[in-house]
Write a protein that binds this ligand. Sequence first.
Ligand code: UD1
Length: 418
Amino acid sequence: MDSVLVKGGRVLNGEVEASGAKNSALPLMFATLLAEGDHVFHNTPRLKDIQSTCELLNLFGCQTQHDGHLLKIKVNKLKTREAHYDVVRKMRASILCLGPLIAKYGEAHVSLPGGCAIGTRPIDLHLEAIKALGAEIRMENGYVVAHAKKLKGANVLFETTTVGGTENILMAACLAEGETRIENAAKEPEIVDLANYLIKMGAKIKGAGTSIITVEGVSTLKPAEHEIIADRIEAGTLLIAGAITGGEVTVKKCRPDHLPALIEKMREAGFKISQEATTMTVHKCSSWSGVDVTTAPHPAFPTDLQAQFMALMTQADGTSVITETIFENRFMHVQELVRLGADITPKTRVAVVRGKKGCLQGAPVMATDLRASASLVIAGLVASGETQVNRIYHLDRGYERLEDKLNGLGASVIRKNT
Ligand code: UD1
């Protein structure tokens, strides 16, 4: 099993480019199911999750070709409408095939995703929304079985903001009859990216990026071509990596306007950050303060950067209170950071980090999920000696060549096959 060995104590400096957003690419790939023909995506990151989605699309009968960052998907008449457990359990986002399948083919058979390291992550809100459009849904042998002759537009009010739920219903509503109004919709940049692609395909969507999205259903959609937005979480991770070492790092090909809360919190902590339309730089900084952070839906602080920010706060001058409001079990990195010497007291959804520069010492640690892995690598950058991060396969689900990008900035992160 792969692990990475991080040699601490090197200051990162220089420029690095962000890749395309995983969380945009995945829904976009499922959106292709809405129209037969040739779909083309530029800036598609090379990640395990993209590969898993290609595998699922291939099982449906599509042909996928991923060369460099160019992804071509040829959607043929589907061979099956079933998303098997073997694929879904590897990647929860597979549930995003439900909306397109039921809208286009009137039928879907999608395995329930099951548990996940960061919490129970139910899909009840996805199912309620699809039902609101007139689908009949039942559970059978661990599968969601959905049928509908023709979806009908409706008012859908999400009681909790859900990114995936909003994406599923947005895709389904495009081919429903009449108007769908989605209230308390997620406002993440990835929702806007999906809506932009659907609009290119011929969908009639208004309000993406706000909490109310309206969709006027159309009878058919056509394939299109699209450039996937930059990965704001990867960009934020690289910025934090530079910051923790006290170096000057510029992240290029990114969208600082998609990271308002991170930039604000880093400035509050004392970092100087300059930004242009597609570039941001964290400047040299030798000490910073502890700041409090609460995760919440966009544009608030993203849960996907909470673990990395916590690593940064272990080196702050003072205390930081980090509150996780999105996922109930997203402090799995805390015990690992503590093993490296961090002073953190976790409560159910709140962690109190008492920062102290130089408190971390290298040790073997275990990655538990995607963003926790990144946090441990970041901590390893400033731990004395060597930090071995085990179970690094999580990292490959969501970061394209993270070690190469960090090494390009002067880090020493070596992948080991153990
Ligand atoms: C997406 C992102 C993930 C990010 C998360 C929150 C992708 C592929 N993944 O995940 O990286 O951490 O948004 O920004 O884009 N919930 C329910 N019932 C549901 C659906 C969600 O209770 O049917 C709850 C979840 O358990 C969670 C909250 O709603 O507590 C938000 O989850 P959601 O926004 O749906 O996350 P995902 O779309 O799974």
